[in-house]
Write a new protein. Structure first.
Length: 380
């Protein structure tokens, strides 16, 4: 803390800024402590070196925490405890680097749903680092693992913008179409509502299409969200042709000069060929009405399902040409390593992560705050 406040030894600027003047030295000599202070009041320090220390300390304490980083950090509490804390303890307590260490590390990574491919990559690279740097103990490997995870997540060292932009292919002057896909129970409709809220708050006019016609409850749920968010929902009756709903929605969005049309599709089980064919039909209608649509196809995955999410991503990508992933319910699992597993296996970017139940709990994914929160670091 003192180094942060007054600079490091050997730094001319820091020493100059930290060194008290003759007058301040006299003040400190005369009264190095506090004046008498009533209970509950701020300490009344005499003008001088200690007063400056108090003000600097108070400034640090009152510096606001980036709410975006804070949300990510809170949402990753369970994953941090289940993955990084265990790895850090292993590296610190195990002592020497041996085969037993690698076996225990493999168990931790696999049970945290980092995935087989990513686990192999991490361990292979750590073995190479131990050999290259001739490491006798494992403790330094934690920072090395952080770097490797950054590579897996394609972190290029870029800083997080103070106002993170939505990473979507949205252009002014056209009707932008976003297709939301995923299996039942992943939080797809809720994520659709959260995305609508984000886009609407940035000034976009959004229209929703209730293309999940297999369940009346799905149509009703989207209508409720539409009312809450103040956006139109294009729908038909239960059992209607989803492609027909999409056709109506495109024409309505054009007529009402909407900026974004978000299509909420049925919770298709990836093992059901007929439902996948229905998804192809929806895409065909969109492409016919708007040649380059859909501009985004987002797969919503439930982070708590672990490796099942990887299997879903693989299957949906074969059918739907995914452009991005939304990892919902990341705050409810200790297996957030699924982000690493998906990033290692697919070239599909994770665009959003769901970190709570509130309407604004859909966060833009960025590797830096994710890694910092995962490793218990601060946002600075």
């Amino acid at each position: 803390m003192l180094k942060k406040l007054f600079g490091k030894k050997g730094s001319t600027d820091a020493e100059s800024a930290a060194a008290p003047s003759t007058e301040e030295q006299a003040a400190v000599t005369e009264a190095p402590g506090e004046e008498e202070t009533a209970e509950g009041e701020e300490p009344k320090l005499k003008k001088g070196f200690l007063r400056g220390a108090w003000e600097a300390t108070k400034k640090l304490a009152l510096t606001p925490v980036d709410p975006w980083f804070e949300a990510v950090a809170k949402g990753l509490d369970k994953t941090r405890a289940g993955l990084v804390t265990k790895v850090a303890s292993l590296f610190k307590m195990h002592g020497k680097v041996d085969e037993a260490l690698w076996e225990e590390l493999e168990d931790i990574l696999i049970t945290s749903d980092v995935g087989t491919a990513a686990t192999e990559k991490i361990i292979d690279q750590l073995r190479a680092i131990v050999k290259e740097k001739k490491l006798a103990t494992a403790e330094p490997l934690l920072e090395e693992m952080r770097t490797i995870l950054g590579e897996v997540l394609n972190y290029d060292g870029s800083e997080v913008p103070s106002e993170p932009a939505d990473p979507l292919n949205i252009e002014e002057g056209r009707l932008n179409v976003i297709l939301m896909v995923g299996v039942n129970g992943t939080g797809k409709t809720t994520s659709t509502a959260k995305l609508t809220h984000r886009l609407k708050s940035k000034g976009h006019k959004v229209i929703l299409a209730a293309a999940d016609t297999f369940r009346a409850a799905a149509i009703d749920q989207l209508q409720v969200w539409g009312t809450r968010l103040g956006v139109d929902v294009i729908h038909q009756n239960e059992g209607s042709d989803p492609a027909a709903v999409v056709f109506d929605a495109v024409n309505a969005a054009k007529a009402r000069k909407a900026d974004v049309l978000i299509v909420d599709t049925a919770g298709r089980l990836h093992s059901k060929v007929n439902l996948m064919e229905e998804l192809r039909k929806i895409r065909k209608v969109l492409t016919r009405e708007i040649p380059d649509a859909p501009h985004e196809t987002l797969l919503v995955l439930d982070a708590t399902t672990g490796q099942n999410a990887v299997n879903q991503a693989r299957t949906f990508n074969e059918v739907a040409n995914l452009t991005g992933l939304v990892l919902a319910k990341l705050d409810g699992t200790a297996k957030g390593g699924i982000v690493v597993a998906i990033s290692q296996e697919f070239k599909i970017p994770v665009k959003y992560i769901g970190l709570g139940e509130k309407i604004d709990d859909l966060q833009v994914f960025h590797p830096k705050p994710f890694l910092s929160a995962l490793f218990g670091e601060t946002d600075g």
